[in-house]
Structure formats: C-alpha cells, structure tokens
Design a protein around this ligand. Structure first.
Ligand code: ADP
Length: 345
C-alpha cells in the first residue's frame, strides 16, 4: 500500500518539478531565439547600408569595409537545434535527479505515517488478543454450565465468581484503552492548574490501601504540601499507576515508599522483583510486559499502565525517571513544575 503511495507521490513531485523546468526552458529558448533573429536582422540592415555606401567609399579612396558575417538561415537553425539539445539535456538530468530525489523524499514523508499505521494495526491486534482470552473463557464456562443438568447452587456461584473475574478483566482493559485514548488524543485538553501534589498522592494512597492487604505490603509515605502546576486527574492517574505497579511487583511482605519532595518530585520506591536493564527501554511501549518468570506467582496486567503514564507525562511536559535492579527493586520518579504562590494559573 505504501509502495504504491510512494510511487504516486514521486510522480507528483516529478510533474511539479518538470512543469517548472519545462516552462523555464521554453522561456529561455524563446528569448534566446528572439535575440538571435534580432542580431541577424541588425547585421542584415548594416550590410545593406554598407553596400549602398560602397560606391561612395571607393570613390573617396577609403579602405573597403570588412565583409560582414551574415548569419544565414542555416546557421540560425543550427543554433536553435544546439539550444534545444542543451535544454533537452538539462531537462533530462533534472528528470533523473528529481526522480531519485523525489522517491527518497516521498519515502521520508511517508515513513512516519507508515510507522503510525503499523503501530495502530499492532495495537488493534494486541487489544483484540487480550479481549479474546477472557471472552473465550467466559463463553466456554457458560456453555459447559448450560449443558450441565444438575448444577448445585455452590457450583453456580463459583461459576458466576469466575465469570465476574473475566468481566472485571475486560472492564479493566477497556478502562485502560479509554485512558490511553484520552491522554494520547491531543484534542482532549488537559487543564494545567495549581494543585497540591501531597494531597493528590494521599488520596491515591487511600484508594489503593485495600490492594496492599493481599500480599501484606507495607506502604510508608513521606508526603507534604507542595503546589505544582498540573492536571489534577492526570497527576492522580500517574501516581496511581506508579503505586499500583510498586505494590503489584513487590514480593510478599514487601515495602513501598512514596515520597513527595519540596521540589515537586513524586518518588515511588519498591523492593520488588526489579526490571532488567534490557527491558527498561521498552516498559513504556504499549502492551509490553517484561519477562515475569522471576516472580513466583502470576502477576496480572496488560502492559498498558506505563504507556498511559508516559502519555500523561508527555502531555504535561514532564519526564519519568526509572532506576531498577533485578531482585532489588525499582524507583519511579517524576518532577512536576512548581507553582509559586504569586503565580496565577
Ligand atoms: P502491567 O503492569 O500491566 O504489565 P505496565 O505498563 O504498568 O503494565 O508495566 C509494563 C512492565 O514494566 C510490566 O509488565 C513490568 O514488567 C514492568 N514494571 C513496571 N513497574 C514495575 C515495578 N515497579 N517493578 C518491576 N517491574 C515493573
């Protein structure tokens, strides 16, 4: 598809360049030709004048005039052909050079679009794949249950519990996809206002508290009031993703430390499974999940949290920093711009 588009674009570049080049060539040829004819006419006039005065000059004993070189019709035609050949050669060179250049430029122009389309395709395929797993499990369970003639109430409840897990999983994925779309879509405005990073972090921690109980994770917080410039929902989402991951990738009885620094930095530190150096450059890619074989239990996830975090950080003009050591833990931090008391947002 892009090969055809590249050829088409090259053809358009060529048409434009050749139209300009040919019109210049026609203009050059017409004016040079007109000049040649004018010079020929002038010489003819001069020769006629000299011829009419010849008798008078010879009578007075003046030296005879030098013979005028008359540009006859054949010479004129020869010059025309030579000019046309030169112009033809120039145009042919322009055609070849602009053809090659146009093909290269068309490739450069289409490359980001082609990469974007490829990314979109991959995204759709990954999203459908992730949706298919819980859907298939849901369908199979319901079909088996419908075929069973004597299902007990306990079995029915267990089935519904399992179905609910699948539904929750799909709901989580659709929420992630909506969030991703929300923060990646430039048309969705984010509101940069004066917000209290300490308070936002405390609120996130309060909502997250229940999840820590399962693995007995201890969260230590060092928060304080720090006024930053940012979007409230986006900042809260970013903090949620970092803290969620820190808990998720912590070992049993692990520890997570959440700190809000005076300079507007949010730091989330865990002592969990850590991330290999080779994975760090990819963890912000959509659907990327590092090899989790190091972890004893299965850790749920879609590999979308950090891509949402990256989109949020990009929209707010901040940078996420990651430090991690396999088996030792990770530190995710982001520094927001401060909002000084005298600054009105
Ligand atoms: P998910 O957690 O749903 O897999 P994310 O986009 O949040 O997706 O994270 C991408 C990957 O980065 C994870 O699969 C995991 O391998 C790694 N990762 C993220 N945060 C941490 C962390 N705190 N500790 C260890 N690995 C992490």
């Amino acid at each position: 598809m892009f090969k055809k588009a590249r050829l088409k674009l090259t053809a358009w570049y060529l048409i434009i360049i050749m139209a300009i080049s040919l019109s210049f060539s026609v203009a050059i040829f017409t004016s040079v030709d007109r000049e040649l004819v004018r010079m020929d006419n002038m010489r003819k006039e001069r020769q006629e004048r000299v011829e009419s005065m010849q008798e008078f000059i010879i009578e007075r004993g003046f030296p005879p005039p030098q013979e005028e070189v008359n540009i006859n019709l054949a010479t004129l035609e020869e010059s025309r052909i030579r000019i046309i050949t030169i112009l033809g050669f120039i145009n042919a060179s322009i055609l070849i050079i602009s053809g090659l250049g146009g093909y290269f430029l068309a490739g450069q122009t289409l490359d980001p679009i082609s990469r974007m389309v490829k990314g979109q395709k991959e995204f759709v395929s990954n999203a459908s794949h992730e949706l298919r797993t819980p859907l298939t499990s849901l369908k199979t369970e319901i079909e088996v249950a419908l075929r069973s003639k004597n299902m007990t109430l306990t079995e029915a409840k267990n089935l519904l519990k399992s179905n609910l897990e699948d539904v929750n999983s799909m709901q989580k994925l659709s929420n992630y996809l909506l969030e991703l779309n929300r923060f990646e879509n430039i048309e969705n405005n984010i509101k940069m206002e004066k917000i209290n990073l300490g308070k936002i972090t405390e609120d996130v921690l309060q909502n997250i508290e229940q999840c820590t109980e399962k693995n007995n994770i201890k969260i230590t917080k060092h928060t304080q009031t720090v006024w930053i410039k940012g979007d409230k929902d986006a900042t809260s989402e970013l903090a949620t993703i970092f803290i969620d991951n820190a808990i998720k990738y912590s070992k049993k009885d692990g520890k997570v430390i959440v700190t809000v620094l005076k300079n507007g930095t949010l730091v989330v530190k865990d002592y969990g499974i850590g991330i290999a150096d080779s994975d760090i450059p990819h963890i912000f890619d959509r659907f990327y999940r590092a090899d989790l074989s190091r972890s004893k239990e299965k850790i749920d996830g879609y590999g979308l949290g950090l891509s949402i975090a990256k989109s949020i950080a990009d929209r707010m003009g901040v940078k996420i920093k990651v430090q991690s050591k396999v088996g030792k833990g990770s530190i995710f931090s982001v520094q927001f711009p401060l909002n000084f008391p005298h600054e009105k947002v």
